[in-house]
Design a protein around this ligand. Structure first.
Ligand code: CDP
Length: 224
């Protein structure tokens, strides 16, 4: 029997990673792991505890101390728990989005979360999505994907999502937020957002989620 595949999906904000990773996982019967949700949960905990996002030591200690659970829900989505509390909606707030890249830059935070992510994938059978999955977390993945899209399209997707959740953001605000996050994520020293050299690049600007899923599933089939 073939070993269960391990699929790594990376890319900038709004490239469509979460939507397609969830659909691919459902289609292939794999576990979907949203690593961004883990960085967001640490950020929420830090904001609540009044920790300065520049205080790397305090952030690392916090990350090591909290329990983060990703629980698959009926519809293929995931509920996120922070020390037993459902924070699925809270981690998507504009405040968390504004601070998450500063928290994710802390080496100690990354070390702790990467360790947990590797162990979640140890048995195989996962679709893991983030910024450093193909490069750092799962360098030996069955197949690696790098999703991109034109910046205005990525901003519009995120804008629609925020409005759908009831946040009254403007398109300009959303665009500058994702641009700033991409800048910090791409320039940090540990686990920066880069395209893994062996990744399959998909420009999703003019693709539907279903088309992206088809492309990924086909590629995974070839790689096995
Ligand atoms: O908003 P979007 O869904 O694009 O982002 P996310 O996947 O929820 O990730 C939020 C933030 O977490 C990113 O902007 C990164 O700063 C950080 N992150 C990371 O550093 N490494 C990962 N593997 C995943 C997320």
């Amino acid at each position: 029997m073939l070993r269960k595949p391990v699929i790594a999906i990376d890319g900038p904000a709004g490239a469509g990673k979460s939507t397609v990773a969830r659909m691919v996982a459902r289609r292939l019967g794999l576990l979907y792991v949203d690593t961004g949700a883990m960085y967001r949960a640490v950020t929420l905990a830090a904001l609540r505890a009044g920790i300065d996002v520049e205080d790397e030591g305090a952030l690392a200690a916090l990350a090591a101390d909290i329990r983060i659970e990703l629980v698959p829900a009926e519809d293929g989505a995931v509920r996120v728990y922070l020390d037993g509390e459902d924070v699925t909606a809270a981690i998507r707030s504009p405040e968390v989005s504004r601070h998450v890249s500063a928290v994710a830059r802390a080496a100690g935070v990354r070390e702790e979360l990467v360790r947990r992510q590797k162990s979640m994938a140890a048995a195989g059978g996962v679709v893991m999505e983030g910024r450093d999955i193909g490069t750092v977390v799962l360098p030996g993945a069955t197949a690696k994907f790098f999703l991109t899209a034109r910046e205005d399209v990525r901003a519009y997707r995120r804008y629609r999502e925020m409005r759908g959740r009831g946040y009254p953001a403007t398109l300009e605000e959303v665009c500058s937020e994702i641009r700033e996050r991409d800048r910090i994520d791409s320039s940090r020293e540990v686990g920066p957002l880069v395209c893994p050299p062996d990744a399959f690049i998909l420009d999703t600007t003019a693709m539907t989620p279903e088309e992206v899923v088809e492309a990924i599933v086909a590629r995974v089939g070839e790689a096995r």
